[in-house]
Design a protein around this ligand. Structure first.
Ligand code: FHN
Length: 442
């Protein structure tokens, strides 16, 4: 609920979603690939025989690992098997339409040879830029690239989580110049990128400087028209994040859906949104030992479907090994999701909330701006009957399944605007899709 009671200088500057071509494209894409890659892939969640229980990319904050040892890992960064064309090919085969790469995570190590830092790939045995060849390879496959950038930077002496003294304030002033320089550098080096994916913006130092993040966002979007920036970057002048103190979304889409998804359309308030998901529980960077529940391809497909049905994008995270290859579990999921997408992607691309009453068998997805509604069936009823209740004054004009031999006969009218679609066989090993063409009653 929008209160709109406070006059805000650094709150939301736009009401409603962006309607320009870049954001329309983002909205049609729906499936993305996230990649967390950096020095943390070298220890992979282990140090001197001990296992770190947190997220692998946070191992530097573990008391068992001396920070100095972490900060020297760059001397071992040498991904001799890094083949960006293969990465792009497998992302494309998975059906990803965009990707997000960690140019710099919280540790501050830059995967591009930044002229503003000594802690970059240039100082590693690999020496070469990682980002440029990646952007080129993915773009060649028609995949848009977004740059993840952490504001938290454990390597910069001027970075502060909080400003307690005048010296802190002076250091943070310098840090802000450094951030702006790096971001400008990234846009100049990689002009085809579509946006920044900001992270590490929760510290007091950042939250209490809403004026800076606001000016920075406007500056970046002037420099690179169309640039997409989610709601994690900014805080308003009262320190409210994502949504300003009048409950209006800041940034181009809601970026707070991390390892969780909305349940119903009311949860997203009509805003563009994106969910990011790990395959294991909370591991973004490479961890040699995945523990706990590991999501199957079908689970991830169901999450993708749910996201599209609620008008959002779904981004699956991968954490490559330090040599530049992907673990088999990840390769397998990319292939399985890709296999599913080859048959069913028309239900996902440009998908949005259908506005139909939810049914227990799964999710409805409307092809945006059309009368085509896809049913994605994730739970088959033992009766073999799929209930479809259309909105008032709507009739079912045509029903087809994207895979053959799924539907038996024609839909049975069982009530006003209500049907059973009968299944030919009930056993399925993956979600399946039925396309409904509806028309308005005269
Ligand atoms: O701390 C990070 C984490 O390592 C990872 O990068 C995720 C991705 O959304 N973001 C932060 C936690 O919110």
């Amino acid at each position: 609920s929008i209160k709109d009671t406070l006059p805000l200088e650094h709150g939301a500057h736009r009401i409603g979603n962006r309607t320009d071509a870049d954001m329309t494209r983002w909205r049609s894409q729906r499936l993305g690939q996230f990649i967390h890659w950096g020095l943390y892939a070298i220890p992979g969640g282990e140090w001197k025989g001990k296992t770190y229980n947190g997220a692998a990319e946070w191992i530097r904050s573990w008391k068992e690992m001396p920070q100095q040892e972490y900060d020297n890992l760059y001397k071992q960064f040498n991904p001799v098997n890094y083949r960006p064309e293969e990465w792009a090919q497998q992302a494309s085969d998975m059906g990803a339409k965009y990707m997000i790469i960690t140019t710099k995570h919280h540790d501050g190590f830059c995967l591009w040879p930044s002229k503003y830092s000594k802690y970059t790939v240039a100082a590693s045995p690999w020496k070469k830029d990682i980002i440029g060849p990646m952007v080129d390879a993915y773009n060649k496959k028609g995949i848009d690239v977004y740059l993840y950038f952490s504001i938290i930077d454990w390597n910069q002496p001027d970075w502060r989580a909080a400003l307690k003294t005048p010296a802190d304030a002076a250091a943070y002033q310098r840090f802000k110049v450094f951030v702006k320089n790096q971001l400008t550098e990234l846009l100049q080096r990689y002009p085809t990128v579509k946006g920044f994916w900001f992270d590490g913006t929760w510290d007091d130092s950042w939250k209490n400087d809403g004026a800076f993040s606001d000016e920075l966002e406007q500056y970046l979007q002037r420099l690179h028209p169309g640039l997409i920036i989610g709601s994690r970057l900014r805080a308003d002048e009262k320190g409210a994040r994502h949504f300003d103190s009048n409950s209006r979304l800041m940034g181009d889409y809601e970026q707070g859906w991390e390892r969780k998804l909305p349940e119903k359309s009311a949860d997203v308030h009509g805003n563009d949104w994106e969910g990011v998901m790990t395959i294991p529980e909370n591991q973004w960077g490479y961890n040699a030992k995945w523990t706990g529940h590991i999501k199957s391809s079908n689970e991830l497909i169901e999450m993708l479907v749910k996201s599209a049905s609620l008008g959002g994008n779904f981004v699956i995270n991968f954490g490559p090994k330090s040599d530049g290859t992907f673990r088999t579990e990840e390769v397998q999921r990319m292939q399985e999701i890709g296999h599913w997408m080859k048959i069913n992607s028309s239900a996902i691309d440009g998908g949005t909330d259908a506005g139909f009453a939810k049914q227990d068998w799964g999710y409805y997805i409307r092809k945006s701006g059309t009368d085509s509604v896809y049913m994605v069936v994730c739970n088959v009823p033992v009766s073999g009957n799929l209930r479809v209740k259309l909105p008032a004054q709507t009739t079912l004009a045509n029903v087809t399944s994207l895979e053959k031999n799924i539907i038996s006969g024609t839909p049975e009218l069982i009530g006003k605007n209500e049907y059973f679609i009968h299944l030919d066989h009930k056993s399925q090993d993956a979600p399946f899709v039925i396309l409904l063409q509806t028309s308005k009653e005269n």
